[in-house]
Write a protein of this length. Structure first.
Length: 318
């Protein structure tokens, strides 16, 4: 009996570790693909209007996701998952993408990523309030530091005129939309799989962006093929794949903890935009991004406590 119990424990521990590795791998995939999205958007946005780019990206992603869903025969999710899926689709796939694409036409890719990085701290606050994840004091302190960082990034671009201020505001709208969408997505994952939630939310986002279909048809006809290829890339990889792996990881942890991992995106994006686009944010913008990261570090920091050693038990002398 002892051996069977020990075997069950080892097997359960191995399964837990395997699930953690899968979740970590899923987060890494999402971070890398979303970092590349900032660079691809910057390139494609020169030839596509923001709404058209969002719609084309969502249509490309929806085709891939629907095909995978049909192959896996997962079917439709239960009704209880639909409210979260609809809100997630409207905010994350429609609102976030249109605002982000428009904002990236005004600011460079690395700066846009740094402003959007405010989103995870907003996610932690909303999830603490609406999902019952709590409001630790360090979380509030981290929010203040990250907000200061966003202000520094925005002020560093104010010298370029109203367009840069508009771009910073649009990126901030994208960050808030994404944060609210994640909070709506988390409960939906209790009733539906990551693939179901991502596929149907992508379809909802595409429906919300249909008013931009005229622009999309016009832009496809005039845009060079590399820009269209970038749009398809955005739909297949940063949308279909990255959002699915993100949903997989989110279903296995809290929204606040998952959101913190997204603070790796600015650093990766800055490297990619420097190498591929020749863009590097100014020192002030980089300092603001560092403050955003410092805010998350403050919100997630836990002081180490010294473990107390039990005093040795002396043998009784009878």
């Amino acid at each position: 009996m002892r051996e069977s119990g020990k075997g069950w424990f080892v097997s359960s521990l191995a399964n837990v570790l395997t699930e953690r590795r899968k979740a970590v791998a899923a987060v890494v995939v999402s971070v890398l693909l979303w970092s590349s999205a900032f660079v691809a958007i910057r390139s494609a946005a020169e030839h596509y209007h923001p709404g058209a780019l969002a719609l084309g990206r969502l249509l490309a992603g929806a085709v891939v996701l629907v095909l995978v869903l049909l192959v896996r025969r997962e079917g439709w999710p239960p009704r209880r998952a639909w409210p979260g899926i609809v809100v997630f689709g409207v905010l994350n796939f429609a609102g976030y993408m249109v605002a982000l694409h428009w904002g990236e036409q005004q600011v460079d890719a690395g700066t846009a990523a740094m402003i959007v990085a405010v989103g995870p701290i907003v996610t932690a606050l909303l999830s603490g309030w609406l999902l019952g994840e709590g409001f630790p004091p360090r979380l509030l302190a981290g929010l203040l530091v990250s907000f200061l960082g966003a202000v520094v990034v925005g002020s560093s671009m104010s010298g370029n005129g109203a367009a840069s201020i508009l771009g910073a505001l649009l990126c901030l709208v994208a960050a808030i939309s994404a944060a609210c969408g994640v909070v709506a997505q988390k409960p939906a994952l209790q009733y539906a799989s990551a693939l179901q939630v991502t596929t149907l939310a992508c379809l909802v986002g595409a429906l919300a962006c249909l008013p931009f279909s005229g622009e999309l048809i016009s832009d496809v006809g005039s845009a060079p093929w590399p820009a269209t290829a970038n749009m398809v890339y955005l739909g297949v990889f940063p949308t279909a794949i990255a959002f699915t792996t993100w949903a997989y990881a989110l279903s296995r942890t809290t929204a606040g903890k998952a959101g913190v991992t997204l603070y790796a995106v600015p650093a990766v994006t800055v490297s990619m935009s420097w190498i591929m686009l020749g863009e590097l944010p100014s020192f002030t913008a980089f300092l603001g991004g560092a403050l955003c990261l410092a805010g998350v570090a403050v919100s997630r920091w836990k002081p180490r406590t010294m473990s107390r050693r039990r005093p040795p038990v002396l043998a009784r002398a009878d």
